[in-house]
Design a protein around this ligand. Structure first.
Ligand SMILES: Cc1cc2nc3c(=O)[nH]c(=O)nc-3n(C[C@H](O)[C@H](O)[C@H](O)COP(=O)(O)OP(=O)(O)OC[C@H]3O[C@@H](n4cnc5c(N)ncnc54)[C@H](O)[C@@H]3O)c2cc1C
Length: 261
């Protein structure tokens, strides 16, 4: 590892003021390996782990708020999350392994926008709002491509607001080597509005599958998706699975999510 300076921020204001050309450090599960491989070489890290304002989970009866430094394990085991949006707790419980779940944070995951991460699908399907130190960003506007988001330089995610849904579930086909999603599909229903979000498959990252949304809006059941095929165009193909295989998995995972919801 090369040398860098480390500042343990005491507040959101302190973090934003001191980051400069550096980077925020949350769970470090992506950032530290990236630095070890010299894929990123920030000279300064602003550690968010002691910022109390970035911790906590609450619900007001219609909106679930999860602060950015909430670990995946905290979301998975939270009674507040289980009551408000049980499928979101289940999603968090399926991320990585216990070590990853006890270090990785929702803020780090969504800021990173890895195309195979789980949370982006939940944010998009549930129509979450990403709250930062300076504004509120709709999930529809937030995810802008591979590892690319609407965040500006030094912008800090402070919390996520998830409006309750009538139904929500996430189904994931795991890559057995990395534990990330080979394909993951999140399905949410709120009144007549249905949203289906796909992660792991798209070469531009998470996306909505509008054909499935239309089918589920008229009949919210797994069988409504019978015969519907996702297009392989624009999907990733690699040693783990071709674009056609991922397209097939999208249909299978969407059905599983609809059935679970
Ligand atoms: C072996 C392994 C398996 C994994 N499996 C899965 C999986 O199955 N599914 C899945 O979704 N993920 C998986 N992950 C990813 C993991 O869960 C973390 O979510 C991810 O590494 C990023 O979160 P972090 O808290 O570690 O962020 P960090 O690594 O600390 O930061 C990541 C990036 O986000 C920035 N950042 C962090 N917090 C904020 C913030 N609040 N505001 C703005 N920018 C911020 C940092 O500057 C950095 O650029 C896996 C990771 C590993 C190592």
């Amino acid at each position: 590892m090369y040398s860098f300076t480390h500042h343990a921020a005491s507040s959101v204001a302190d973090a934003v003021k001191s980051v400069g050309e550096g980077k925020y450090l949350a769970g470090g599960h992506t950032l530290i390996p990236t630095m070890k491989q010299r894929l990123a070489q920030p000279g300064h890290l602003v550690d968010l782990n002691k910022v109390a304002e970035l911790k906590g989970i609450s619900d007001n009866g219609s909106v679930l708020t999860i602060k950015a430094m909430s670990r995946h394990a905290e979301v998975a085991s939270s009674d507040v999350v289980k009551k408000a949006i049980p499928g979101l707790a289940a999603l968090a419980g399926g991320i990585g392994d216990p070590q990853v779940r006890h270090r990785g944070t929702i803020g780090g995951s969504v800021a990173n926008n890895d195309p195979v991460a789980d949370y982006p699908a939940a944010c998009l399907a549930l129509g979450a709002t990403i709250v930062t130190d300076r504004r509120r960003i709709k999930a529809d506007d937030f995810f802008q491509g591979l590892f690319t988001t609407a965040l500006e330089d030094n912008e800090l995610i402070t919390a996520f607001e998830f409006p309750h849904a009538d139904k929500f579930a996430y189904a994931k086909f795991r890559n057995p080597a990395s534990l990330y999603a080979l394909v993951g599909v999140a399905v949410a229903k709120r009144g007549s509005d249905v949203r289906v979000a796909v992660t792991g498959a798209g070469s531009d990252g998470v996306f909505r599958w509008t054909d499935a949304e239309a089918k589920l809006a008229s009949n919210f059941s797994a069988s409504a998706l019978d015969g519907l095929k996702a297009s392989a165009s624009g999907l990733n193909g690699d040693i783990h699975g071709s674009a056609e295989y991922r397209a097939h998995l999208i249909g299978v995972m969407a059905k599983r999510a609809a059935a679970a919801a």
